[in-house]
Write a protein that binds this ligand. Structure first.
Ligand code: ADP
Ligand code: ZN
Length: 384
């Protein structure tokens, strides 16, 4: 039987469950835990459906009671699915299928599927239960935890949404075997961010453990040495668990982001502004990588940390295949004035005052909350 790590969230024990080869476990735990419903609906995308849908479908099917139905819905993959249109299509599907309040939605996918399905769950029949089965590293360590749901509009990403907590979050690390390398790096940016603000020993594990983490993600590529694979896997599991546990702790303390949760925005005040100009060519984690470096530089410039913090952060990001500088073409798309202008619409700002998480050292953020920073200081760092 799989070795499972469980993490409480919002004072609910076992809400997050992490392990390898979890499919059997997911099907039985899910049907036992969310059992007073007539319909389960798995929602996934065209990339994931051929890989994992039929296995999950059969396993859940085998646990159903006589009066229960299992439905599936497959969406096009990509950020375009996080739209009002797709939300309406799912709702029409559920209504056509005569789904009512006693329906449990199952989000099988990355952040796109998780954010969208969570939003649908929060408004369908004024709210139905849902569970998260994140399949990307980014969704595991970040977006599946915390109950933020959202869709995008032409005015920007995640501008419409709700807070709606899943009943369970299952992190099956075996899913990472099929995840493209660039998507692994995308998730590593959030892992590096998390340990940079919270946990130096875990950050050191990242600095030293690249090969182990990589081979654990690739899975059975080195079958010759089962003991080594086991060790590598527990290493990856401890990293993902520590990261998820920190996010779960923050969300439990500050569910609606009135204070402490703002810490998780390290690298994102500047990173989001880059993303607004470079997306979709640049992924979220790639923009955050540059955001982390520039916000660390800002911390150094304002006298809060040593320059060593910047170099360790850069080295670690580079180690996990993240960009640490812009190519010429991207630089052209990032005028200082435009970036400063985009930063004005950050949800964390108080009026005109920009607020940014600064670092004191590797593993700890200044004051445990975002700090007021002047435009002059930001402009100085960004124009270097
Ligand atoms: P994120 O979690 O970074 O927001 P997305 O939801 O945008 O990621 O997913 C990124 C892409 O990776 C999508 O095209 C999705 O179908 C694909 N994908 C997600 N999980 C896996 C996986 N485990 N194996 C292969 N492809 C995956
Ligand atoms: Zn992020």
């Amino acid at each position: 039987i799989a070795n499972i790590t469980t993490i409480p969230l919002l004072n609910i024990p076992n809400l997050i469950q992490i392990g390898y080869q979890l499919m059997d476990h997911i099907a039985s735990d899910l049907t036992r835990n969310v059992n007073n419903v007539s319909n389960y609906v798995i929602i996934t995308d065209t990339q994931l459906a051929p890989l994992y849908l039929s296995t999950l479908y059969k396993l859940i099917q085998s646990h159903l009671k006589l009066n229960q139905r299992l439905l599936t819905r497959i969406l096009p993959c990509g950020e375009q699915s996080k739209s009002r249109n797709t939300k309406a299509q799912i709702e029409d599907f559920l209504l056509n299928q005569k789904c009512t309040r006693d329906t449990c939605l199952i989000a099988l996918g990355g952040g796109v599927i998780g954010d969208l399905v969570g939003f649908v769950a929060s408004t369908f029949m004024r709210g139905v239960p849902f569970v998260q089965i994140p399949t990307t590293l980014l969704a595991m360590v970040d977006s599946s935890i915390g109950g933020k749901t959202a869709i995008d509009t032409a005015h920007g990403k995640n501008l419409i949404g709700t807070f709606w907590q899943p009943k369970r979050i299952y992190m099956n690390l075996s899913f990472l075997e099929t995840l493209p390398k660039r998507e692994i790096a995308n998730g590593m940016a959030e892992v590096i961010k998390t340990f940079a603000i919270s946990n130096e020993p875990e950050f050191i594990k990242l600095e030293n453990g690249k090969n182990q983490i990589e081979s654990a993600i690739l899975g059975f590529s080195d079958q010759s040495d089962a003991t080594k694979l086991d060790a590598d896997r527990s290493m990856l599991m401890s990293v993902v668990s520590a990261c998820a546990a920190y996010k779960a702790y923050i969300v439990t303390e500050d569910e609606k982001e009135d204070g402490l949760r703002g810490l998780l925005n390290f690298g994102h005040s500047i990173g989001h502004a880059y993303e607004a100009h470079l997306s979709p060519e640049w992924l979220h984690g790639e923009c955050v990588s540059l955001g982390l470096i520039h916000e660390a530089e800002l911390s150094y410039y304002l006298g809060h940390c040593s320059s060593n913090v910047i170099s360790r952060l850069k080295k670690c990001l580079q180690l996990y295949d993240l960009p640490i500088k812009f190519d010429e073409k991207s630089k052209h798309r990032l005028g200082l004035a435009q970036v400063m202008d985009t930063m004005k619409v950050d949800k964390k700002n108080k009026g005109d005052q920009k607020r940014i998480v600064l670092l004191k050292k590797v593993g700890s953020a200044l004051d445990n909350k975002p700090t007021d920073v002047s435009d002059v200081a930001i402009e100085h760092v960004l124009s270097k």
